[in-house]
Design a protein around this ligand. Structure first.
Ligand SMILES: [Zn+2]
Length: 449
């Protein structure tokens, strides 16, 4: 347990972050005299954890204590006070609003992608997903569970009386320093409603193909694909591997030309200026396939289909790709070659695949070694003591070629195709990055298995 800010202030130390690698990892503590063994022993007794002292000036420590979660503690005190004073709903009270705002503000400041509010028997845990990993942020007392979730539901205009079914919605959060669109989804769990917030930070949506970090040769090939008048280009990878960002980057280049670009997404996450964005609505009967059929009647040049996950969508998308449209889409497969067999599983005939597919890009995101501490075991203040800061994408591009078409039409297996066609694989790319000390072997294994 990390002691309170007032305890830290009284002892002239700062608990640098709750973002250490794991919960069992020793706590990074800022001290003006890291050799003060008496104080170290005192902190270890107070936290029941081993600590790593870091030299900071007293001024820095004071600044850190006033910045880190500045108000959470005092807000909680206010809520407690109010609760003692009256029995009315605390969720509509000023301090709860302040508490939720503080959590959102802090998430935005740290550029996290998701916030998880998870109810357990004794508490509500708040975790941030940062660079792909879930990191504990706050633990709130049990009696605050419902109020916090209610406040979130109010923000998104969700039905607050409905707690038995999953709900989803979105809202815009504005504070003096930040603003961003947030998507929320709730799920009834054993100990109450869980809420997950996806933060759609505006800056992330402005990347172009150059900023993806592809090797020049691959970038040139991908650019050529985006210039094709027809065919299908597929990006594969698990959820959160940056597939949509890559396709959006390509779409931004296309939109500058005089073309009709339509996207079909579930859900629409980012605004793409100049494109017609269609939101899939399963409840209302607007599925990917139905939306795609309607879009095809609207004279499109380029169609982005968020994801192909059923036979019908696959079939219409491939037909569109053969009849004068550039179709961009994503598939959930581990590597580029598997996309071929996935399309076959979805009922597309090998000759049609060979004819329509322009290329398959597989990708993953790996955490970057922190440039300040170069990934030292204990990290540094710039990387929240994780040794990593930010992420970069690795890619493999399987290009259409007469050789690949031969493999597809003759029903070559996954390993036969790999034998036949040589190209830079995700693992080659990642190994290169490890060699260049851009990332670590541990990170490679975590992401690629
Ligand atoms: Zn660092």
């Amino acid at each position: 347990m990390i002691p309170s800010i007032s305890w830290s202030k009284a002892h002239g130390v700062a608990f640098l972050s709750s973002l250490s690698k794991t919960e069992s990892h020793s706590l990074p503590v800022a001290m003006s005299d890291p050799s003060n063994e008496l104080l170290i022993a005192l902190i270890q007794a107070e936290t029941s954890q081993s600590i790593t002292p870091h030299p900071y000036s007293l001024a820095e420590i004071q600044k850190y204590n006033s910045l880190s979660n500045p108000s959470t503690e005092s807000i909680l005190e206010k809520i407690q006070l109010q609760k003692n004073l009256s029995d009315t709903n605390v969720w509509e009270s000023e301090p709860i609003i302040e508490l939720v705002d503080t959590i959102l503000e802090s998430a935005m400041m740290q550029r996290v992608s998701d916030i998880h509010f998870e109810p357990f028997e004794t508490h509500l845990s708040v975790r941030f997903r940062k660079d792909g990993l879930l990191i504990p942020h706050l633990t709130l007392p049990d009696w605050l569970k419902d109020s916090v979730i209610l406040r979130l539901k109010v923000l998104a205009c969700l039905d607050i009386s409905e707690k038995r079914i999953p709900l989803d919605g979105r809202f815009r959060f504005r504070s003096p320093n930040h603003h961003c669109a947030i998507r929320i989804s709730t799920l009834p769990t054993r100990y109450g409603e869980k809420a997950v917030l996806r933060l759609l930070l505006p800056q992330e949506s402005k990347e172009d193909l150059e900023s993806l970090g592809m090797p020049l040769e691959m970038l040139t090939k991908v650019k050529l694909i985006f210039e094709k008048p027809q065919g299908i280009f597929i990006v594969t990878g698990p959820t959160g591997s940056g597939k949509t960002s890559s396709l959006y980057a390509g779409l931004r280049c296309i939109i500058q030309k005089q073309l009709n670009v339509t996207t079909i997404e579930d859900p629409v996450e980012y605004e793409l200026h100049g494109a017609n964005q269609v939101q899939v609505n399963e409840k209302a009967g607007l599925h990917f396939a139905t939306a795609l059929r309607s879009v095809l009647r609207q004279d499109p040049d380029v169609i982005f289909v968020g994801e192909i996950r059923d036979k019908e969508t696959a079939c219409v998308a491939l037909q569109a790709a053969q009849t004068g449209h550039l179709v961009l889409t994503t598939l959930h497969t581990n590597d580029s070659v598997s996309a071929i067999s996935r399309l076959e599983d979805l009922g597309i005939s090998p000759p049609l695949i060979a004819d329509a597919v322009l290329g398959v890009l597989a990708q993953r995101l790996l955490r970057k070694v922190c440039p300040h501490c170069l990934g030292l075991e204990s990290g540094c203040k710039h990387c929240d003591f994780t040794g990593y800061k930010g992420r970069f994408a690795i890619f493999e591009l399987l290009e259409a070629s007469p050789k690949l078409n031969h493999c597809i039409i003759n029903d070559f297996s996954h390993s036969q195709i790999l034998e036949e066609i040589s190209f830079l694989k995700l693992t080659d790319y990642a190994n290169l990055a490890v060699k260049e000390k851009k990332t670590t072997m541990e990170e490679l294994k975590r992401v690629l298995g």
